[in-house]
Write a protein that binds this ligand. Structure first.
Ligand SMILES: NC(=O)C1=CN([C@@H]2O[C@H](COP(=O)(O)OP(=O)(O)OC[C@H]3O[C@@H](n4cnc5c(N)ncnc54)[C@H](OP(=O)(O)O)[C@@H]3O)[C@@H](O)[C@H]2O)C=CC1
Ligand SMILES: O=C(O)CCC(=O)C(=O)O
Length: 480
C-alpha cells in the first residue's frame, strides 16, 4: 500500500519535492508514517525568494495581526495536543505523556510570543547634545533560516518559528529529516493561521542539501540552529564569513552533583529523570553523576534498584517509561559507548543491552556505570542516549571543579539540603542553566534557554530574551 505524501510549503503553496523519504516509527520499524518531500537546492532558493518577497510588507505589519495569527496557531496546537503528541511519539520515540507534554509546550510558546508582539518596547534617551533626542528601537532581522534537530520535533521548531514571526521576520524552516511529521503538521497549522504567502516556508530534506543551501545563501540574514557541535561550528564559520547573524544551541555534558547531605530519594529520582527519560536524548540530559564519598555507595545501590522498575518499550504503550532510541545510527552510538566505558575500566552497574519488545525497534536498557574516572571518554563526550556514569569525589569543592571541567556549559545540577552549597553552586557553576534539587533537563518555556562555552553561540533562545537574535537595534537621533 502506498503511503500518504506530504509536500513542502513554499510561497503559500504546497509544492511536491524533488524526491520523498519515508518516515519510520523507531518503536516499530514496520510502521511508516508517510512519505515526506525532499527539497533540492532549487526549491530552497525558491523558498528564500518567497520569504524575501514577503519581507517588506510583513516587517511593517500590524502587531495585532501578528499576535492574532500566533495565538491561533497556539490554540490549535493545544486543542490537538493528544493527536499531535501521538504523531510525535510515533516518529521520534519519546513516550506518549512526554510527547503530549512537548506539544503542550509548543502551543504555550506560540501563545507566549503572541503576547510578546504587543510588548516589544524601545527607549527614548536624552542626548549628550542639547536639542537632540535619541530613540533606540528594534526592527526585524529579515529572512531567517531555522535548522532543527530530531529530539524535540515540535518544541524546538516552535521556539524558533514563533519569535521569528512575532518580531516581523520571514522564515525558511528545515526540520530534521528523521522527524518531518511533526514539522509538517505544524506548518499545516501555520498555513491556515492568516500569515501572508511567503512569510513562512517549510523545506524538508537533508542537512547536506537543504541545510547547506540555506546557510550559504546571501539572502538569508540569520540562521538559528540546534544540533551537533560539528555541524554547528561549520554553520557558524559560513555565516560569519558572509556576515550573517547566527545562533547555535549544541551539545552538553551536563553534571549532576549529589552531595552527602542530599535527600537520597530526591537525588535518585532526579538522576533517573536527567539521565534516562526521553531516552537520554536531550542536550540538557545528565550523563555525569558526580557523587561525594559519604553517599556514593548508597546512591549507586539505590539507582540500580530504581532502574530495575524502569520499563522500556513501545512509545505509545501505556506504562512505558522510556521509548526507543531514535535511529539505528544513534543506537549504535549508544551501544558503542557501553563498549568504550567497559574498555576504559568503568564498572557497568545496570543495563546497557539491547531490549527485545513485541515490535521490532531500537530499544535499549538504560545503562549506569560506576567507578569511572573524570578523564574517561564516557565522562567527557556527549553520548545522547540513556547512558550515565557515576564519578566518586571527596568533597563539594572537588565536585564543583569536576562539574566545570568540560568543554560544555549548558545545564548543571546539584542535589543537596545545604543552602550554603546550593548558593555557592548557583554562583560558580559555569553553565547557562542551574538546577537545584531538580533534574538538569526539563525547562520552562518563558525564560532564557542556552549555555556557555561549547554549548551555545550567540544570543539566548526563548522568553523575551529571544528578541536579541530575531531583531536588530536601530538608534535614531532627532534634532530640533
Ligand atoms: N543539542 C541538541 O539538542 C542536539 C544534539 N545532537 C547531537 O548531535 C549528534 C548527531 O545528531 P544529528 O541529528 O546527526 O545532528 P546534526 O547536527 O547532524 O543535525 C541537526 C540538524 O542540522 C542539519 N544538518 C546536518 N548537516 C548539516 C549541514 N552540513 N548544514 C546544515 N544543516 C545540517 C540536520 O539535518 P538532517 O538531520 O535532516 O540531515 C538537522 O536538521 C547526536 O548524537 C547528539 O550528540 C543531536 C540532536 C539535538
Ligand atoms: O530539557 C529540556 O526541556 C529541553 C531540552 C532541549 O531543548 C534539547 O535537548 O534540545
Amino acid at each position: 500500500m502506498t503511503e500518504q505524501r506530504f509536500d513542502n510549503y513554499i510561497g503559500g503553496e504546497w509544492v511536491a519535492g524533488s524526491g520523498y523519504s519515508r518516515n519510520i516509527n523507531p518503536s516499530d520499524l514496520s510502521d511508516g508514517l508517510g512519505e515526506y518531500a525532499q527539497a533540492d537546492a532549487a526549491q530552497v532558493a525558491q523558498a528564500i525568494a518567497a520569504a524575501r518577497a514577503a519581507f517588506p510588507s510583513w516587517s511593517v505589519s500590524g502587531i495585532q495581526a501578528r499576535a492574532d495569527a500566533l495565538d491561533k496557531v497556539g490554540s490549535e496546537i493545544l486543542a490537538r495536543r493528544e493527536e499531535l503528541g501521538t504523531l510525535l511519539a510515533r516518529e521520534e520515540g519519546k513516550t506518549l505523556p512526554e510527547a503530549i507534554g512537548e506539544v503542550g509546550r509548543a502551543g504555550n510558546i506560540f501563545k507566549f510570543f503572541a503576547g510578546e508582539c504587543l510588548r516589544l518596547a524601545g527607549e527614548i534617551v536624552p542626548s549628550v547634545r542639547p536639542g537632540v533626542s535619541v530613540e533606540v528601537t528594534r526592527e526585524p532581522l529579515g529572512v531567517i533560516g531555522l535548522i532543527t534537530p530530531w529530539n524535540f520535533p515540535i518544541a524546538i521548531p516552535a521556539w524558533k518559528i514563533a519569535p521569528a514571526l512575532a518580531y516581523g521576520n520571514c522564515v525558511v524552516f528545515k526540520p530534521a529529516d528523521l522527524v518531518p511529521g511533526s514539522a509538517w503538521a505544524l506548518a499545516e497549522i501555520i498555513s491556515r493561521a492568516g500569515f501572508p504567502a511567503g512569510v513562512f516556508n517549510l523545506v524538508m530534506g537533508s542537512g547536506r542539501v537543504v541545510g547547506e543551501a540555506m546557510v550559504g545563501d546571501k539572502r538569508v540574514d540569520g540562521i538559528s540552529f540546534t544540533g551537533s557541535v560539528g555541524v554547528g561550528r561549520n554553520i557558524a564559520a559560513t555565516c560569519v564569513a558572509r556576515g550573517a547573524k547566527v545562533q547555535l544551541e549544541m551539545g552538553g555534558k551536563n553534571p549532576q552533583i549529589i552531595l552527602d547531605d542530599a535527600d537520597l530519594k530526591v537525588a535518585v529520582e532526579l538522576a533517573v529523570q536527567s539521565a534516562f527519560y526521553s531516552t537520554g536524548q536531550r542536550c540538557t540530559a545528565s550523563s555525569r553523576l558526580i557523587v561525594t564519598a559519604g553517599i556514593h555507595d548508597r546512591f549507586v545501590e539505590a539507582m540500580a534498584e530504581r532502574m530495575r522498575i524502569i520499563r522500556v518499550g513501545h512509545a505509545l504503550h501505556s506504562g512505558v517509561d522510556i521509548g526507543p532510541v531514535v535511529s539505528q545510527a544513534q543506537l549504535e552510538q549508544d551501544l558503542g559507548y557501553i563498549d568504550i566505558g567497559r574498555n576504559e575500566g568503568a564498572r557497568l552497574v545496570a543495563g546497557g543491552e539491547r531490549v527485545r519488545c513485541e515490535t521490532e525497534g531500537y530499544f535499549m536498557a538504560p545503562a549506569l556505570f560506576a567507578d569511572s574516572e573524570a578523564d574517561m571518554r564516557i565522562s567527557r563526550e556527549e553520548i545522547f542516549g540513556p547512558v550515565a556514569n557515576v564519578i566518586r569525589v571527596a568533597s563539594y569543592e572537588e565536585a564543583l571543579a569536576l562539574a566545570n571541567d568540560t568543554e560544555f556549559g549548558l545545564s548543571a545540577g546539584i542535589a543537596t539540603t545545604s543552602l550554603k552549597y546550593a548558593n555557592h553552586f548557583k554562583r560558580h557553576a559555569q553553565a547557562g542553566m542551574v538546577m537545584v534539587n531538580l533534574p538538569t533537563a526539563g525547562v520552562d518555556y518563558h525564560v532564557p534557554f542556552g549555555g556557555r562555552k561549547g554549548s551555545s553561540y550567540g544570543p539566548r533562545e526563548q522568553g523575551r530574551y529571544a528578541q536579541e537574535f530575531y531583531t536588530t537595534v536601530k538608534t535614531t537621533y532627532i534634532g530640533g
